[in-house]
Design a protein around this ligand. Structure first.
Ligand code: RP5
Length: 163
């Protein structure tokens, strides 16, 4: 099956965070692709990627970036596909810069902004699965099973420390 979700990130240094989005989609058996696309260093590639995403069959884009994190917003400006933004934790401001850069979009060009770092990347994968779940019942089933297993694990380990 061709990729339905495109995961893009501004730099190879974002992979430590964004790999969690890819692993989550992998666990849910959702076909996806991964690519470095930088709003600042490769702006023409970003425009090409975002404007061709829909015709290539992508249905959701997950974009992660850190610092002056313009990637998700500029990507959203060039496509009507849903764009989920993951703020990558930056060294200097610990990702608060990334979060504020991504979340404060002007009305008219939405980016669904997730939490900073690993939790945001995992949740972007889960949210992409939920978005696709209406059209693809098998992905909805995989997502429900993921959630069920997560609940079971917590219930099976009620003690704060294992003894
Ligand atoms: C952003 O600048 C990237 O998304 C990355 O989080 C940050 C730093 O990039 P590198 O200097 O590590 O390549 O564009």
């Amino acid at each position: 099956m061709k990729p339905l979700v495109g995961i893009i990130m501004g730099s190879q240094s974002d992979w430590a965070t964004m790999s969690h989005a890819a692993e989550t989609l992998q666990a849910l058996q959702i076909p996806h692709e991964v690519k470095i696309v930088s709003a600042h260093r490769t702006p023409d590639l970003l425009f090409e990627y975002a404007s061709q995403a829909e015709q290539r069959g992508l249905e959701v884009i997950i974009a992660g970036a850190g610092g002056a994190a313009h990637l998700p917003g500029m990507c959203a400006a060039k496509t009507v596909l849903p764009v989920l933004g993951v703020p990558v934790e930056s060294a200097v401001l610990r990702g608060v810069d990334s979060l504020l850069s991504i979340v404060q979009m002007p009305a008219g060009i939405p980016v669904g902004t997730l939490a900073i770092g690993k939790a945001g990347a995992i949740n972007a994968g889960l949210l992409a699965a939920a978005m696709l779940g209406g059209k693809y019942p098998e992905f909805r089933k995989h997502l429900a099973a993921y959630r069920h297993s997560q609940t079971e694990k917590v219930l099976a380990n009620p003690q704060p420390l294992s003894v």
